[in-house]
Design a protein around this ligand. Structure first.
Ligand code: HAS
Ligand code: CU
Length: 548
């Protein structure tokens, strides 16, 4: 077999994906335990004997599934996507290797206190809940590692642009680098929270902390982090999926415009997580609400452009009539169907998001199981099922082997979709109808009502099926890596052509400075005054609590 040109880059990617899948596997064990606990069946002592409480399990579930699975998958996938899209090796490979080492070191550092019940603070680690300093330092290292990997991609794109001064950046590389830039700006909030508040506090260097300031810095990052998760899926939907469906990108300029809008609008919206926090003036919350409705616009553009691109594919495959093209899409290809299901589910997850974002409707759903329903549609399906779909071509590519079983992969993808319907519907209903709280060990709650039981049982059934789908996924990954046939010609990364030559895309859609300028200005407008106010009035007075 000829020497592969990107061997080192692919090995780096493989490490990232391996760690990501491993954490999804471990984190998912707690899912069924949680829904069963809610439905009145407490299996923690039998099935997770080392775990001290529901809350320790929930912290592991959130950190491993929401933070580790995503961040490792994304940094690995974007590295692969950038080098293959630009057809060039990483400019400085040591930078990306260093980034991965930092991320792994951080992961280990954070995992130890989590496992020792020293960081039972849930994945949002809101103070005054207090964790062991290694938890905060570890998570900070993971973020810093991801920044370093981001720089590795900028150097690579920079070198490419120098060598191709008048060419448009290929869309996939453009989207990958933009995702990293957005993430680096966005994660400054969490970096500040860690460095100035949580780490000194947990080390005993300050007597207390300021929960409101900490939460505000957290959500500066916490909202855009959901687009850090979503944009890699969008890169695939726009730049790869049309090729898998036999179609073309309906509009390269619209695709780029959506990404620029995400850069500009992802960050200045964090107060929609803090509507009920006292201490932030109503006017600022209203301003963030308006901008939140702004950031739904690029997703609506995406719905239009991606579906139009898939329609081109369905018609090229012989589909006729208004909807006949849908049947002609390659539904038997699990990589395609996983992502198509992810898109369909996002219609519902996104509508839920619009409800959350409404300043007054949020009061009905905030802190209820409705939100859990929302983020299992968005994060745990739209994003996760897209990533799973991507691995169904990426892992065969990385290993030079066939997918272990296409049929098993199809079952896995369908099982996820079918399980998510009762899971998310029941969570939404429990939240909006009965006001059932989230982040709560319901089995021990004195206010538990028999009215909730049917929905709680439905949620438990969905949760168990979802867990089965994760286990099947891991079996398929392991089967592909260790037990599948080698192929002579490994699959290529799918790259969709645009309907019109992307070189004709206007230059302003490939120019960084104006967009970065607007991004920074909008951050100052939306966060400048409230943050100055909170910092001026900061009281490092709250002691830490270790409740469980
Ligand atoms: Fe959210 C809370 C608002 C999107 C994740 N969100 C959360 C939390 C998470 C999360 C994890 O305003 C909980 C955090 C915590 O622990 O407290 N969210 C939104 C809005 C959007 C949104 C406005 N969220 C996401 C995405 C996530 C995610 C994406 C993860 C990846 N969210 C909120 C708010 C809260 C919140 C409040 C705080 C709630 C509270 O009170 O605590 C928007 O970005 C959504 C825009 C999307 C659309 C849909 C576009 C549709 C598409 C497909 C159409 C498909 C069709 C079918 C028509 C408007 C692209 C196609 C057919 C075929 C054949 C293919
Ligand atoms: Cu948000």
């Amino acid at each position: 077999m000829p020497e592969k040109p990107f061997r080192l880059e692919e090995r780096l990617t493989a490490w990232h994906i391996g760690i990501a899948v491993g954490s999804l596997f471990l984190g998912s064990w707690f899912g069924p335990l949680q829904v069963l606990e809610h439905a009145g069946f407490d299996f923690y002592s039998k099935l997770a004997p080392g775990i001290k409480s529901y809350y320790q399990g929930l912290s592991l579930h959130g950190v491993l599934n929401a933070l580790v699975w995503t961040t490792f998958f994304i940094t690995g996938f974007l590295t692969f996507a950038t080098v293959h899209s630009l057809k060039t090796k990483l400019r400085y490979r040591w930078v990306n290797i260093l980034g991965l080492i930092l991320m792994v070191a951080g992961l280990i550092m954070a995992a130890v206190p989590l496992l020792l019940n020293e960081a039972t603070v849930l994945f949002t680690f809101y103070p005054p809940l207090k964790a062991n300093p290694f938890f905060y330092i570890g998570l900070t290292l993971v973020v810093v590692g991801s920044w370093v990997e981001g720089f590795g991609l900028y150097f690579t794109l920079g070198a490419w642009r120098k060598a191709h001064p008048s060419a448009r950046t290929p869309f996939i590389a453009f989207g990958s680098v933009l995702t990293m830039v957005m993430w680096q700006i966005a994660s400054l909030g969490i970096a500040a929270e860690m460095l100035f508040l949580l780490i000194p506090w947990s080390l005993g260097l300050t007597a207390g902390t300021d929960p409101l300031l900490a939460r505000t810095l957290f959500w500066f990052t916490g909202h855009p982090i959901v687009y850090f998760w979503l944009l890699p899926a969008y890169i695939s939907w726009y730049g790869m999926l049309p090729a898998q469906a036999g179609g073309k990108v309906f509009s390269d300029p619209l695709a780029r415009l959506a990404f620029w809008l995400f850069l500009v609008l992802s960050i200045p919206v964090g107060f929609h997580h803090q509507f009920t926090d006292p201490g932030i003036a109503t006017g600022w919350k209203a301003f963030h609400t308006i901008l939140t409705y702004g950031v739904t616009f690029p997703s609506l553009l995406t719905a239009f452009t991606v579906i139009a691109s898939l329609e081109l594919g369905g018609r090229a495959r012989g589909g006729k009539g208004l909807f006949g093209w849908i049947r002609k899409l390659p539904w038997g290809d699990p990589s395609f169907s996983a992502q198509a299901f992810a898109i369909i589910v996002f219609a519902f997850g996104g509508i839920g998001g619009l409800i959350n974002a409404s300043y007054n409707m949020n009061l009905v759903v905030h802190n209820t199981l409705w939100i859990v329903g929302h983020f299992h549609l968005t994060l745990a399906t739209t994003v996760t099922l897209s990533f799973i779909g991507i691995t169904y071509w990426l892992i065969p590519r990385l290993t030079g082997r066939e997918l272990w079983s296409t049929r098993a992969a199809n079952v896995q993808v369908w099982l996820w979709l079918v399980a998510m319907v009762p899971f998310s519907a029941s969570h939404h209903m429990l939240g909006i109808r009965f006001g059932v709280p989230r982040r709560t060990m319901l089995g021990a709650a004195p206010y538990l009502s028999p009215e909730w039981n049917p929905m709680l049982l439905l949620a438990a059934a969905g949760g168990i099926l979802l867990w089965a789908s994760v286990i099947l996924y891991v079996v398929i990954v392991l089967g592909t890596v260790f037990a599948s046939r080698k192929v002579a010609q490994p699959v290529e990364m799918p790259v969709a052509e645009a309907l019109r030559d992307s070189q004709e895309t206007p230059a302003w859609l490939d120019a960084w400075k104006p967009w970065l300028f607007v991004t920074i200005v909008l951050i100052f407008l939306s966060y400048g005054m409230p943050l100055v106010d909170l910092i001026r009035n900061a009281h490092l007075s709250s002691p830490g609590f270790s409740v469980w």
